[in-house]
Design a protein around this ligand. Sequence first.
Ligand SMILES: Cc1ncc(COP(=O)(O)O)c(C=O)c1O
Length: 414
Amino acid sequence: MEKLAVFGGPKTKTTPFGTGKRIGKKEKDELIDAIDSDILFYVFGSKVKQMENLMAAMYGMKYCNGCSSGTAAVHIALGSLELPPGTEIITSAITDMGSLTGVLYQLLVPRFADIDPETYNMDPDSVETLVNDRTGAILLVHHAGLPAEIDRFLEIAKKHHLVLVEDCAQAHYTTYRGKLCGTFGDISAFSLNHFKLITTGSGGMVMTNRDDLEEKVKLFIDKCYFRDGRKRNPYFLAPNYQMTELQGAIAIGQLEKVKSIVNRRNRLGMRLIEGLAKIEGIIPQKVPDYCIHSFFLLVVRIDPQIIPASVQEFCKALDAEGIPSEPNKITGGMPVYMYDIFQKMNAFPGSKIPFVSRDLDSNVEYPKGLCPRAEEAFEHTFNFNITEFYTEEDIDDMIRATEKVASYFREVKK
Ligand SMILES: Cc1ncc(COP(=O)(O)O)c(C=O)c1O
């Protein structure tokens, strides 16, 4: 048996991972253009509008709106729905807090669906068991860049007259049965933060085909100010979530690259999956053959019956081999409902709103065991991060290192 690097053996990875620059000449030119125009405000400038038109055309959508973050995008999407406070929103137990921030600010009540243990996306059956007469929307997260089982969610939404909001923060240019994620629901939200497939540092986008929602989206981004000459008279509460011309300029350049970034990541990611699937005791995230995974992350399961190691031990050994991996990257190792904000019902300190409230007629709690498959997943899965700059050799090194570490722990068991 080969000695693991963590115990002083030779490291698997002896060459550096491929790197590259994400922000190039196009972004720089657009940015200089924005600065030279002396206008950084989206209403008077052209860059945010140009970015919105590009994105809408690329996705075949009627409307796209730039905004300040993915968190803002989800909040705007929910705000545009004008759901009464206390309305329940069903979302995933495994997602970024940014999916939940807007839910809570709108005094909506989150309900958490369990996940499919193979794709780690929301399980439609679990969602359906949560639907009741207080449910207003499904906030569908495409986890890790893999499309959720959209046809089922569309069916459920239709059957129960619910709005479908797609959280595509991790799923740029990702397709389900040949159609882009973000074009299925009533409205969709994207993030452009540093970690996403394309970035403006911070930023977001909201898309819809519905005229009624688009009007509210525009107002929700901008303090409920009319920007079309109508007299200023805000009639509902809306934050300032404007995208600046600087972000818009960068986004133009990034959007031109998104397709090639996703193509490249998909090729590398599928090569990684193919290699990992051959390793006894290692189960990579399942990618249905009608889905294109954009590999924001890859989720990898360790079968504890075959590999008697904790994910922390396994990742530590991979790290020593020169292969970065992370246990539980997105949520910090627990389903979101285990965060203090939910456990202590502390969204608005000093009250239990919106979780428990007489005014909202709400009374929910999030006990441990609420979503057992999500809880279990954190114990037995870790994430690989790949970038479009990695080479095929990098991927093969990742596979070799995983096999080396897995075989060590398999042997330990014997
Ligand atoms: C699924 C999901 N939704 C929303 C967000 C929030 O995006 P942002 O960080 O741009 O506010 C993120 C960010 O990680 C995310 O992964």
